[in-house]
Design a protein around this ligand. Structure first.
Ligand code: AP5
Length: 212
């Protein structure tokens, strides 16, 4: 099963992808996490993309496509995977179509003002990439990851001005993919305005329909 979790910044893609990965035993392939890892390790890719991440612009298609193509050819992806944050441009979608057929695109729909609050309150684990929110999904102990005990951090691109810039980038370059996948009959809209469990339940229903 190959799934795409689609939606604007802070819609809950990573949160939902992590839960689906556990439930269905599939790897989560998150471009944002992969890129942040490259930046933290100061790899050649990391040095190239740091400025894009900091400003909220999209990294170059060729570099992102190569990174994804390498990741999905690893053995853990042989039975499928969950793409989180890819594709994000029509060019990336076309390259993905050359690589494989995706089964389902789950499109999380949320009002933009809600997204700003979700982003600004987000905290992440720099070690295992678990995602929290100070109000909507707090860890058991403030500032500490439930899963691995590391100190949580705020992402550099979660400042309000950068978040608004990321939303504009989404509107211009990524939102057109909704119609692209709708036309192909692969897209299911998910109401992302409810709580994390309510959103998850809609996704599980859509996936289980596909499996029947
Ligand atoms: P990326 O890391 O993918 O950022 P994004 O798309 O902006 O998405 P986010 O990670 O911000 O949000 P999310 O939807 O995963 O939400 P989350 O679950 O964390 O990309 C970062 C950057 O990398 C890009 O700006 C770009 O520069 C580059 N990049 C990445 N992919 C690229 C590509 N394909 N091409 C080119 N460049 C690329 O949830 C957000 C918060 O809300 C959390 O605190 C969470 O706890 C909370 N929350 C989640 N669901 C709910 C809910 N239902 N109710 C209340 N709170 C909720």
């Amino acid at each position: 099963m190959k799934l795409v979790i689609f939606g604007p910044p802070s819609a809950g893609k990573g949160t939902q992808a992590q839960k689906l990965a556990e439930k269905y035993g599939l790897p989560q392939v998150a471009t944002g996490d992969l890129l942040r890892e490259h930046v933290a390790k100061k790899t050649p890719i990391g040095l190239k993309v740091k400025a894009y991440l900091d400003s909220g612009r999209l990294g170059p298609d060729d570099l992102i496509v190569q990174m994804i193509s390498e990741r999905v050819s690893k053995p853990d992806c042989k039975n499928g995977y969950i793409l989180d944050g890819f594709p994000r441009t029509i060019g990336q979608a076309r390259e993905l179509e050359k690589m494989t057929d995706v089964d389902l695109v789950l499109n999380i729909v949320v009002d933009f003002e809600v997204l700003v609050e979700r982003a600004v309150g987000r905290r992440i684990c720099p070690r295992c990439a678990a995602v929290y929110h100070v109000k909507f999904n707090p860890p058991k102990q403030e500032g500490v990851c439930d899963k691995c005990g590391s100190a949580l951090i705020q992402r550099d691109d979660d400042k309000e001005t950068t978040v608004r810039n990321r939303l504009n980038v989404y509107q211009d370059q990524t939102a057109p993919l909704v119609e692209h996948y709708r036309t192909k009959g692969k897209l299911v809209d998910i109401d992302g305005s409810g709580g994390i469990d309510a959103v998850q339940a809609q996704m599980v229903r859509a996936i289980d329909r596909l499996k029947k």
